[in-house]
Structures are given as C-alpha cells and as structure tokens.
Unconditional design. Structure first.
Length: 499
C-alpha cells in the first residue's frame, strides 16, 4: 500500500510560528526530507527511528537537484512510508512545492499540502511593517527576486510592478537588489519611495535596514545583510519607526543556553524566546523516576504523616502523580502540613490542586528548616520526598527536633550527553543558565568548559556554590529562586550590559 507525502510549511524561522498540524506530522513521519531554513529544534520532535534527509540548498554550494528530491519522495511513498517534505515558509510560495506536488500527482502518489506562515508577511510584521494598510496600501504583490537562471529572459514585467498600486514584497533578492531597484526606478517607481530589507526575519538575530528605493541597495550592502531576506517597497515601509516591536524585546540578539532536563527545558526556552533570545536547549541532565517499596508505602500511608516536605518541582510532580496512580488526590493530605522548598515547587504542587502551607523566602534547605521552626514535629512522622542526590540538611534538622523522618527518593538525576552539533551551537553563547547543582556538574562534564565570554546565570545560592566549585564566576544570581526569578535576573543583567 502506498504511503502519503505531506508538503509541509515550517514557517519563517521562529519555532513558535510552526503550525500544530506540522508538528503532529513531524512526530508521526517515517521519513522527513527537510530544507536549510526550517526552524531550529523542530526536528527534535521526530521519532528516533525516522529517516531524516537534508535536501536543502545553500547559496553558492552544489545542491541536490530538484528531480532527485521528487524521485525520493515518490520512492519513499511507494514503499508505504509516511513522508514529510519540510520546507521553510510556505511550500507553495516560492518553495517549489507546486513542482513537487505535480511530480507526486503524475506518479499517482497521495499527497497533502500543509500551509506555513510565509516570510513575505511574517518578516515585515516582525519588523513593524504591515504589508497592507487602510491608508497606504490596499494591495500587496509577492515577487521573486531570484528567477531560474536557466530562463532565456526574465518573466517579470518591471513596468507593471513599478505601476502596481500597493506594496511590493521581494523574496530572495538581496544580492540582486541594486539591479532590482534600478529596474523598478527605470520603469517609473519613485526613487524616494520608502523601502526596507528584513534579513533573518522572525529570528533572534533579525536585522532590518530602511531607506528609499534609490538608496536601499547601498544601505543593505553597507550593513552586510545576507540571505534569507525580504525587501519591502511601498509607503508602508515608513511605518517601521512607529510600529517596530520585535527589536525592542529585552533579550533580542542574546543567545542563552538552557541546561535543564529535556522535559523542562522547553518551558524555560519558550519564556526566553518570547523575550527575543536565541534559546539553545542543551539539557545536561535527565530525570529518571524511581519506583520503590518505600514510595508505595509512603503513598499508601500518606495520612499518617503530620508533615510532608517537597524539595524540588520534580519531586512535587512525582509525588502527586504517585497519589493519582493509586486513586488518591489532594484530599489525602487534609490535615497534613505541606512544605515546599520554594515558589517553583509550590507552583508545581498547585497544578495538582495541592496547596503548600510553608514556603520559605529562599529556595534552600536551610531556609526551609527555619520556616518550619514553629511547626510541631517532635514524636511525629515526617515525609521528605526528594532526589537521590539531595543534601541531608533538612532530614537531619528534623530528626534533631525529635521527628520520625522517612526519606523517600523519588528520582535520580543522570548525565545527558551533548551531541557535537549542540556543542557547536553553544560555543558563542552570551549566557549559560543553571537551575540546579546537577546542571552545573553535568554540563561542565559534557562541555568541558564554559563558552568563551558567556555569563553565568544561577537560580540560587546552592547552585552558585556548585558553580564556583567548578571554577566558574557567577555573574547573575536570581533573587527569587525559581524560573521567573532567573529570567528576571537575566533580563536585568542584559539591560545593564546593553546600557
């Protein structure tokens, strides 16, 4: 039985702009043939056994002929495989998706088109330029600035484009911009009409140059703008000064390494990307839940504890899930004092409907010990649910006060090796974030050293101490010891560095 080929648009570069349908297909595909400009990290959602093939085209380099790409799509589909042809932007907007669809139709292969956000709309929008506007442009034309070099003559009617009563958006024309601008002006487009070039649109390193049509080529060359880029010609380009928003994000142009466990890294990475950063996910650890008889007994007899202490968000999640697996919920903790080591752990408990009664101001064991000073524990049973490698400060302090303490290990932290491509990606990072001592230890073990010039951002004093033990200078330490506090501290530091 023949498989299906999905011609999928991956959007212009910002991973947040890829559609849910595209992500679902990537996760299910047997084979993925992808281009150069797909958003970073998108392929990490593919199955481990998926056949991943790079078929992109780099400027100035030999590339796989389009006919061979077409043949590969047909061959894979005829072998009964589900195939994603992943293309930057939209597959039917200067993406040669139409040619691929024709080849599939001719071969009798089933296919589906999944549109993507096209750079001709997205890049100007991220630069603060609406391609249409009630006052300035009631029409927009999308034009290729890089035609097939095999054509005997251009297919573009420069006279018609010059007279077009609206916005011109030119794809792939930054290297031909002087000739393009000259052709438009010669055909009657005013030389003083506003224009803009947006390079690497929607990405953290987006750059925009503005000027008149007559000078925009020289300005783009002076700024050394490289592809991919789109050029906007028309009155709407003047709105950039008023509407620019993306470049005002506090972390734009900053690359930040996220070392949290893979299951948690995406949350922090998304928060950083929303602030304009290039978030590089380099998980140095992985969390391995531990099933044990001690955990089973603790959950079954949870009502017997007068105090339950959670020392990490991971521990909070695993304990709550353990209760749920056994048909229990927050009601099992009625009458029990629940202590969370910090706001991050308390927030994770709250996701399961469990409110923390004790939350110290600082997310360290010593602060939790102090916060529990007035909680009766002598002669009472206390549960401390934690990681295997946690410090003994809390259980020892509770035992000294006469508590009967059960320590249950919910998970272990393991090293996550960093592949070569990820090590290369972090080599020029501006910041490296550490959210626990284990992220410090395992990142340094995997990377060997800190990226040159990178500033270290720590979530709290215990993590900072571990970083210093490994010879690192801690440049930024969060005042509030959770992810929001870490992000706030990083943003404040970037603002000082930029000033």
């Amino acid at each position: 039985m023949s498989g299906t080929v999905y011609l999928v648009g991956a959007g212009p570069g910002d991973p947040g702009l890829i559609t849910r349908r595209a992500l679902d297909l990537i996760a299910e595909a047997d084979a993925i043939l992808y281009d150069r400009l797909v958003p970073p990290g998108v392929l990490e959602g593919a199955r481990p056994d998926a056949d991943l093939r790079y078929v992109g085209k780099r400027p100035g380099e030999a590339s796989l002929p389009q006919e061979e790409i077409n043949d590969a799509l047909v061959e894979l589909a005829r072998a009964g495989r589900s195939v994603v042809r992943l293309k930057g932007g939209d597959p039917f907007v200067f993406g040669r998706g139409g040619e691929e669809a024709q080849a599939l139709a001719a071969a009798g292969v089933a296919f589906e088109v999944v549109p993507g956000v096209t750079a001709g709309v997205a890049a100007p929008a991220y630069a603060g330029i609406p391609v249409t506007h009630r006052d300035d442009a009631s029409a927009v034309a999308f034009v290729t600035g890089h035609e097939d070099p095999g054509k005997p003559k251009t297919a573009l009617d420069w006279g018609a484009l010059a007279a077009f009563p609206g916005t011109l958006v030119l794809y792939m024309g930054v290297r031909n911009l002087e000739a393009i601008a000259g052709s438009l002006i010669a055909a009657g487009r005013p030389a003083d009409q506003p224009a803009a070039v947006v390079a690497l649109g929607t990405r953290p390193d987006q750059r925009t140059v503005t000027g008149t049509l007559g000078e925009i080529a020289a300005k783009a060359a002076q700024a050394a703008l490289d592809p991919p880029a789109v050029t906007v010609v028309g009155p709407v380009a003047r709105l950039r000064d008023e509407l620019a928003w993306f470049e005002r994000r506090p972390l734009l142009g900053r690359s930040v390494v996220v070392t949290r466990a893979r299951t948690q890294a995406s949350e922090l990475a998304a928060r950083l990307r929303a602030l304009g950063a290039d978030a590089i996910e380099a998980p140095a650890i992985r969390i391995e839940p531990r099933e044990s008889e001690e955990l089973d007994r603790a959950v079954e007899g949870i009502e017997d504890y007068s105090l339950v202490c959670l020392t990490s968000p991971n521990g909070a999640t695993l304990l709550a899930e353990g209760l749920m697996r056994r048909g229990r919920d927050a009601r099992s903790l009625a009458g029990t004092v629940v202590a969370a080591i910090g706001p991050g752990t308390a927030a994770e408990l709250a996701r399961f409907g469990i409110g923390a009664d004790v939350i110290p101001e600082r997310s360290v064991a010593e602060a939790l010990v102090e916060a529990l000073r007035d909680t009766p524990v002598e002669g009472r049973r206390v549960l401390v649910a934690r990681a295997a490698e946690a410090r003994e400060v809390l259980p020892e302090a509770l035992r000294e006060r006469g508590a009967e303490v059960d320590v249950v290990t919910l998970y272990e932290t393991r090293a996550e090796p960093l592949p070569e491509d990820r090590l290369r990606a972090i080599a020029d990072a501006d910041y490296v974030t550490f959210t626990s001592s284990s992220t410090v230890r395992y990142f340094m073990s995997a990377a060997g050293s800190l990226p040159g010039g990178a500033r270290v951002v720590s979530i709290g004093p215990v993590t900072s101490a571990t970083a210093r033990e490994h010879g690192l200078e801690v440049n930024v330490e969060a005042e509030r010891h959770d992810i929001e506090g870490l992000v706030d501290a990083l943003v404040a530091d970037a603002g000082r560095e930029r000033a």
